[in-house]
Ligand binder design. Sequence first.
Ligand SMILES: C[S@@+](CC[C@H](N)C(=O)[O-])C[C@H]1O[C@@H](n2cnc3c(N)ncnc32)[C@H](O)[C@@H]1O
Length: 376
Amino acid sequence: MNHIPFTGMGLPGPNEGWDFADSQSDPLSAIHPYPAKFIPSIPRKLIEHFPPRKGLALLDPFCGSGTALSEAQAVGIPSIGVDINPIAVMISRVRSSEIPADALNIAQQVEMAARADLAPRVPLIPRLDHWFKPQVQSAIASLTKAIEVCGGDCRELLRLALSSIIVRVSNQDSDTRYAAVEKAVDAEDVYERFRSAVKKTLRALENRPVRLAGVEVIEADVLTIDRSMIDKPIGLVVTSPPYPNAYEYWLYHKYRMWWLGLDPLAVKEREIGARAHFFKGRNSHTAVDFQRQMANVLGMLRDVMVVGGHACFVVGRSRIRGEIVDNATIVAEAAAAAGFREVMRTERVIAASRKSFNLSHANIKTETVLVMRKQN
Ligand SMILES: C[S@@+](CC[C@H](N)C(=O)[O-])C[C@H]1O[C@@H](n2cnc3c(N)ncnc32)[C@H](O)[C@@H]1O
């Protein structure tokens, strides 16, 4: 399918209607909290307007919770997702996999085994007593252990269910507010919420449209990924990259990772845009680091994409030391240098409820939808 450039005034095409202001949360996206996830309508519309040729795959190099992968799967396009964050990888895998056999029964057995475990070994996690009541700690530790030994295909789904409730059973005020508050939660709440998270996840998986295509999810740093891991020809990229000083994915999932035996500090080290990299100091990052990172990503995309394929980026602005940085321009320049031609650029209004504290503070109200076509 050929596409004409849509940047001109009055041209027909998909350069309008990207706000989706009345979009509702869909059950599949709600199985686990994730910051800055796509409204499913955005990847859906990009796939509709820039479909890859038959036999080609979609790639999301920053797949997060896997929204674009699910949209591709639902319309029969094979896809590959990459993310550095193991929580992202877990969500993306669970939402795109077969429902494990006997999941509800296994979840019940896990709960019974956890309740019977009277002396669970609570792992050494920094500031655990500040964030979790002792009886909540014991219940989570018992569930984690019972899940680890449950075996079979169910383990990842049960880990996701447990991970999804961690902030709600902690003393943390909310997913986006890192303050400890007094909450009436005890061990019974942990078990109840775990049970309902399992049921909610299974319902969402059962109600998926018929799954027509395979999804592969790779846990890797996209800046150093071995290209041969992207083992399908890519006809479409749909992604929303991390960018400086906006969301901190490792921080958002820090305690989830610790409880699941993962290392949030290793993720922080490699996470593009993490605020810690921008703190004042000799090696402090600037917009130039983001330019270098995007040049690397676009170089990788050039290598794995077919000629004529489209790379679609949804990206907002940042504020670095008081200055607003237009990340879309940085991505577009990196793409042009890698041999892509811009075919669409449009602004969409970000719903107030979806903005991070940082972006609201910087009074940033829109983000850019950018589509570039790979030339020869
Ligand atoms: C805007 S989010 C993507 C959200 C996704 N579109 C969704 O619907 O859930 C950006 C993602 O980039 C990931 N990321 C940050 N640095 C990375 C790196 N070096 N390699 C791979 N992924 C990275 C983050 O973990 C985060 O999940």
